[in-house]
Ligand binder design. Structure first.
Ligand SMILES: [Zn+2]
Length: 287
């Protein structure tokens, strides 16, 4: 763990010495601090890096972008965020506490500073357990982070092959996304979905899983969505629990497309559409 901290520090030093380069390409900050559950894909191996660190670094290089991968949540502050175009979270738990992985916590004002940075034109992407971050519970009142990302992790069942239905084919991030893509992953169910503000990009269609797991005996529901906040762009992709998802070239393409969109490429195309594209549970159960 100490070794990884040193590597992170060196990477950050490079960000400053390579300032000229950074000005030319996209600058990305990837935070994978796990104050709560530690996913295997963010857990560093003997190399000191995690699978998601390596995949995102490779993708960033292919884009000519500069990426800093870190587990130090104190780097989410107004001054440091100025160095970046896009911030990616694969986090968990209350990041203002060191929690399970022991890496430095975010300051009490970190979320406010992150939101102000987005509002001012920053791009935010949250994968999978990003919605398992700063949870308030189904009975709780959603906080600023939950409202920003657009939903909160509620629970999940056994992994299965879900079917991904594109609801916004014109969106820039959907240009390479195959409609009705069937892929194994752990599929989160959500609470506090920001139905009035989100632009739903992809629904998770449980298909035959409805007969196997009762919690998935529900209509298709949002699993990838986006929104605009001030000058900034926000995208959540609930995928990415499994190693083979991150190793999947089609998934990697969605990551690249999400980064480019979050960085401001192409139209925002984030008008709320939840009520137009998401099947209503009540209507279906009444049939
Ligand atoms: Zn998971």
């Amino acid at each position: 763990m100490k070794l990884f901290r040193v590597i992170t520090a060196v990477t950050l030093t490079c960000a400053f010495t390579l300032g000229a380069y950074a000005e030319e390409g996209l600058r990305i900050l990837y935070l994978s601090k796990s104050s709560g559950f530690i996913h295997s894909v963010v857990n560093p191996d003997d190399s000191g890096t995690s699978l998601t660190d390596r995949v995102l670094t490779e993708l960033a290089e292919s884009m000519g972008a500069l990426i800093n991968t870190t587990k130090d949540a104190s780097l989410i502050n107004a001054e440091n965020l100025e160095n970046y175009d896009v911030v990616i979270f694969y986090t968990s738990g209350n990041l203002t506490e060191e929690g399970n992985d022991g890496y430095p916590a975010m300051s009490e004002t970190g979320v406010d500073e992150l939101l102000a940075w987005i509002d001012n034109g920053g791009g935010f992407i949250g994968f999978h357990s990003a919605t398992d971050t700063f949870r308030v519970g189904a009975e709780g009142e959603p906080n600023d982070f939950i409202r920003m990302i657009g939903g909160e992790f509620l629970t999940h069942g056994a992994q299965f092959e879900g079917i991904l239905q594109v609801t916004s084919p014109e969106h820039p991030t959907m240009a390479n996304f195959q409609d009705n893509w069937a892929i194994w992953d752990e599929w989160y169910l959500y609470t506090h979905l920001n139905e009035d503000d989100m632009h739903v990009l992809v629904l998770l269609e449980p298909g035959e899983e409805r007969e196997k797991q009762e919690m998935y005996d529900i209509p298709a529901y949002p699993i990838i969505w986006c929104s605009a906040m001030g000058e900034g762009r926000i995208l959540h992709n609930g995928m990415g629990h499994r190693e083979d998802v991150w190793e999947n070239p089609d998934f990697q393409q969605t990551v690249v497309d999400a980064i480019n969109w979050a960085a401001g490429e192409g139209p925002t195309h984030a008008a709320p559409n939840y009520h137009d594209v998401v099947p209503e549970a009540d209507a279906e159960s009444a049939e």
